[in-house]
Design a protein around this ligand. Structure first.
Ligand code: GLC
Ligand code: MG
Length: 426
């Protein structure tokens, strides 16, 4: 990926439904924990890859409903579509390659002869993926692939269980989540940028292939489906680089990061006491993630209010610093902190969460950093995003371990206006 000049420190390749996203966790707490960990410590030198069975349409639907980060690479439709970056530029070489021994019209003709196959919605039918729901998958898989072979095709049939029953996907033989990852790794090799570590994460049948890619670590989250666990027992039981987590979904991914010693594995969201949070990790990303977690808890009244906290905050913000509000109005930092003080607990018992995405930082002077990120704020049913820029400077010798916030500027992404223009808060 062009975003990184060298090899990624860590590449996480994760399935979404029931792996990154826990549909039983309405508050999305483990996903938010993962997000904070990623943005604080990994975003700057690592790669996040989502690998989902969903089509682009249903992937976008999921993104709109869940606090998912922006991945560097998106693999959709069970490894048949690969896109790069935020603007999701498609890899046309990959699609070309998948045309070998593939003809979706023939797949449709042959599958129509099996009444047990119920076609999935139109959005999930893709150029290199034909998908159904089935009651019992195994018995027809062999017959079907034989018939398709006779007609000159070479296909791969994958079944995966999930919330909506058993899905059966028919893909070109060269496709699939594992093959798509192998293709990415091959390209990284050509560029001399193979990630130092790769961790694959999944929960169901279509993820099995990911775990057989050579030299990757793998985590099957605790809530994995029977077919994946069975595949593991039959094929990979002796591989010490694959674990079955005891934690569900994104919490299982964090667990694997710790288990395989792939880097920091304590999410800033798990550090409750902001004093203890003065950790020895020097990271502008960590600084902003930590601040917004504190801000969320302040408004939810999850920290005990005290003058000490307010004083601490004031010591972190430069007395002459200015906050440029999305409305364009400028306000001195200390006034913002006074406003924030008054907002203590105003979101108590409400749906109120903040997460940061796309945190990037650049050192622009011997002790100054420019940090840029998207600040997402969910409040009740309203979701807003502000592109935020913060100028941080290293504190002077008397407090050597922290940053001072010097300047801050926010621009609202969606163009909507805050209902209360008088509240000046970060
Ligand atoms: C996702 C896709 C579906 C596919 C299933 C299993 O749910 O939307 O089309 O069959 O994953 O791969
Ligand atoms: Mg899944």
């Amino acid at each position: 990926m062009d975003r990184l000049s060298g090899s990624a420190h860590l590449m996480i390749v994760s399935d979404l439904d029931s792996t990154m996203v826990d549909h039983n966790d309405k508050e999305n707490l483990s996903l938010l924990r993962f997000n904070a960990l990623w943005e604080a410590y990994y975003r700057h030198d690592s790669l996040l890859v989502f690998s989902t069975g969903r089509s682009p349409t249903s992937y976008k639907r999921l993104r709109n409903g869940k606090p998912l980060l922006t991945p560097d690479i998106t693999i959709m439709s069970v490894g048949t579509e690969i896109t790069y970056g935020e603007s999701m530029v498609p890899d046309t070489n990959w699609t070309q390659y998948l045309n070998q021994k593939w003809n979706r019209d023939i797949v449709i003709q042959e599958t129509a002869k099996f009444p047990q196959l119920t076609p999935q919605s139109e959005t999930e039918q893709r150029p290199h993926k034909v998908s159904f729901f089935v009651e019992e998958a195994l018995e027809i898989m062999d017959v079907l692939s034989e018939r398709l072979e006779k007609r000159g095709l070479d296909v791969k049939i994958i079944y995966s269980s999930g919330n909506r029953g058993i899905a059966l996907d028919i893909l070109p033989q060269g496709a699939g989540k594992g093959q798509a990852l192998a293709y990415l790794l091959k390209n990284f090799k050509v560029d001399g940028k193979v990630p130092i570590n790769t961790l694959v994460c999944g929960d169901s049948g279509n993820d099995a292939e990911l775990f057989s890619v050579p030299e990757v670590y793998g985590v099957m989250v605790s809530n994995s489906q029977e077919e994946l666990l069975q595949w593991y027992t039959q094929n990979a039981k002796n591989n010490p680089n694959i674990i079955h987590a005891t934690e569900r979904c994104a919490a299982g991914i964090i667990q694997a990061v710790g288990n395989f010693c792939l880097g920091p594995n304590v999410s800033p969201r798990d550090i409750r006491d902001s004093q203890k949070c003065k950790v020895d990790i020097f990271s502008p990303g960590h600084e902003v993630v930590k601040f917004y977690f504190f801000y969320e808890r302040w408004r939810r009244a999850e920290v005990v209010t005290s003058e000490q906290y307010v004083q601490n905050l004031k010591s972190v913000f430069c007395p002459l610093g200015i906050f440029v509000h999305p409305s364009g109005v400028e306000q001195p930092f200390h006034q913002c902190i006074d406003s924030m003080t008054k907002l203590y607990g105003d979101k108590q018992g409400h749906r109120f969460r903040i997460w940061l995405d796309r945190v990037s930082s650049a050192q622009i002077g011997s002790d100054t950093w420019l940090v840029k990120f998207d600040k997402w704020e969910l409040s009740g049913d309203e979701l807003h995003c502000c592109v935020t820029t913060v100028l941080l400077s290293l504190k002077q010798a008397e407090v050597p371990d922290g940053f001072t916030w010097v300047h801050m500027h926010q621009t609202r992404l969606d163009g909507s206006r805050s209902r209360d223009q008088t509240v000046f808060c970060f």
